[in-house]
Ligand binder design. Structure first.
Ligand SMILES: [Zn+2]
Length: 326
């Protein structure tokens, strides 16, 4: 591998470690994601942060508002240690009137729910939430317009390749790298001040399971993958795209006991972070542990790319126009 020189500077890669902090299943539903109770949920979230910190990677915690209120001191402490906080909502867990995930809400319902959750966040932390991730990565085309109008800076709302229509979570063909949100089409880069950080995925293998289609991301909960190979493919694909802001990010949930070093999920998490460091070192990539705050600053300081319309319509799929010319 070529060493970095003045003419060939080391490439930079942001590594963003995230976790969704769920309402405990004792307060939601036995089959839902989440820890069994608040005490374990908090301890496991903290243990996750300690592992990431040992790799010099801060964590961005996306916290369900009820948990933010209940465990505000814990998350304030984590923030003071360099971690970052954002809001997480599963629509049906937040308000039982809605039997759907966030993308199933109308624009007014979404705005109302985010405003109510913001009120709870203010109670917990004395300030508005800056970032948002919907449960199950469920969102419709109003998402960035709504987040922008409510003053959110960062969104981690898309999981490219995911096709879960019943969850209002369809992201096949979505942008793969951090970008500004679009005011009325979630699948395109736009010009809003709200920044979306798509989850990192391996685009080389489309997985079909139980009638659902998805690409694999870097979550440690996947038991049937080689985490090192997955990391290698995600990093190589990201660097080959050469985006304005190169970022690898991963997610999990506080369902798992990250204080148990022997558990398979904890070992997978450590394997994944170790692999990120190793692969970057092998490829002369200068990785830096970053948060959603950092990704927002980087994207907002990059130039916006104006949308270019091409009038070729559906003929975009053919190499040439075969119609007789007049
Ligand atoms: Zn969730």
């Amino acid at each position: 591998m070529m060493a970095a020189t003045k003419d060939n500077p080391m490439k930079k890669l942001h590594v963003v470690v995230t976790i969704d902090i769920e309402v405990p299943t004792c307060d939601s539903h036995p089959s839902a994601s989440g820890p069994p109770d608040h005490e374990k949920g908090g301890a496991w979230a903290q243990a996750y942060g300690e592992i990431a910190k040992s790799f010099a990677m801060p964590v961005t915690y996306f916290i369900h508002p009820e948990v933010a209120v209940r465990q505000a001191d814990l998350y304030k402490k984590l923030e003071s240690q360099g971690h970052c906080l954002g809001l997480h909502i599963h629509a049906w867990r937040f308000d039982r009137r809605y039997q759907c995930e966030f993308g199933g809400l109308t624009e007014d319902q979404a705005r109302q729910m985010l405003s109510e959750a913001t009120g709870m966040w203010m109670t917990a932390f004395g300030q508005r939430p800056r970032h948002f991730r919907p449960g199950t990565m469920s969102a419709n085309d109003s998402i960035f317009r709504v987040l922008s109008s409510l003053g959110f800076a960062g969104a981690a709302v898309s999981l490219p390749g995911r096709v879960f229509p019943q969850k209002h979570a369809v992201w096949a063909g979505a942008p793969l790298d951090p970008h500004r949100g679009h005011s009325h089409f979630r699948m395109l880069e736009g010009d809003l001040d709200v920044v979306n950080m798509p989850m990192s995925v391996d685009t080389s293998i489309v997985v079909e399971k139980n009638g659902l289609r998805f690409l694999r991301d870097l979550r440690p909960d996947f038991m049937d993958v080689n985490h090192r190979e997955l990391v290698t493919r995600c990093i190589d694909q990201t660097m080959a795209r050469d985006p304005d802001v190169a970022c690898i990010n991963l997610v999990t949930h506080n369902d798992f006991d990250f204080s148990d070093a022997k558990s398979e999920i904890t070992r997978n998490f450590v394997k994944t972070l170790t692999a990120i460091c190793d692969v970057c070192s092998e490829r002369d990539i200068n990785w830096v542990g970053s948060t959603m705050d950092d990704i927002c600053s980087e994207v907002l300081s990059s130039p916006t790319k104006p949308y270019q319309f091409n009038p070729n319509g559906g003929r975009v799929m053919f190499d040439k126009d075969a119609r007789p010319k007049a």
